[in-house]
Design a protein around this ligand. Structure first.
Ligand SMILES: Cc1cc2nc3c(=O)[nH]c(=O)nc-3n(C[C@H](O)[C@H](O)[C@H](O)COP(=O)(O)O)c2cc1C
Length: 201
């Protein structure tokens, strides 16, 4: 059984991105299971909080990412950028950086849901760029759910997307699954290990 960790960049109880995350979770194929980690208890990054001073929620976040075969983010955009909740989680997860941190080689996809008919792609690009900067492996395609409130439908008591958005979301889930099945993180891991080795020689 392979595992995808679903992370949400909005802490709001009624978050649309949380609702999208739950819809995406139900799109996983056989052989995959979902795990979730709520970022609400993760404190603001502080590099003094290391080793035995590491907050328990941070250790749990790192373990959740390490345990997962891939990560599926859903997130809003704030002020034409990624939310601080997402940046904060990535900053914690990528430390200690050496010899490996849990983001290295980890396939990741992200979907941004926004009320806007046109904004959102900047947050999406930020998250992919920063994940890649940590030697994680962002996968395609770029999908922003514009005018998101109009995309949710109820079917038999279960919240879903309308058909066009459903297809787009399924593609993004499937792309992450394909990346995991193809061991897409292997090269990033090998390159990271080679870099670490080169620093010690
Ligand atoms: C501080 C702040 C800044 C925002 N800036 C943007 C923005 O730049 N682009 C955008 O599409 N929406 C922006 N919004 C609207 C949010 O994207 C919208 O509220 C989002 O859908 C909330 O996601 P959620 O339902 O998952 O909490 C902003 C909202 C807040 C609170």
């Amino acid at each position: 059984m392979k595992t995808i960790l679903f992370l949400v960049g909005s802490l709001r109880v009624e978050s649309m991105n949380r609702r999208v995350s739950l819809i995406a979770e139900r799109m996983l194929p056989e052989g995959y299971e979902a795990t979730r980690f709520d970022l609400i208890d993760v404190p603001i990054f502080n590099a003094d909080l290391r080793a035995e001073h590491t907050p328990a929620s941070v250790s749990a976040l790192r373990a959740a990412i390490a345990h997962a075969d891939g990560v599926f983010w859903t997130s809003p955009e704030y002020n034409f950028a990624l939310p601080s909740v997402v940046k904060n989680a990535i900053d914690w997860a990528c430390r200690p950086m050496l010899p490996r941190n849990p983001i290295v080689g980890k396939p990741m996809n992200v979907v941004v849901a926004t009320e806007s008919p046109s904004y959102g792609v900047r947050a999406l690009a930020d998250i992919k760029r920063i994940w890649g900067n940590c030697a994680g492996v962002p996968v395609g395609f770029d999908y922003v759910v514009h005018e998101a409130p109009s995309k949710f439908v109820m079917e038999d008591g279960v919240e879903k997307f309308e058909p066009v958005s459903r297809q787009r979301l399924q593609l993004n889930v499937d792309n992450l699954v394909r990346a995991i099945d193809a061991d897409a993180g292997a090269v990033a891991l090998a390159n990271w290990d080679a870099w670490v080795e080169s620093m010690s020689s």
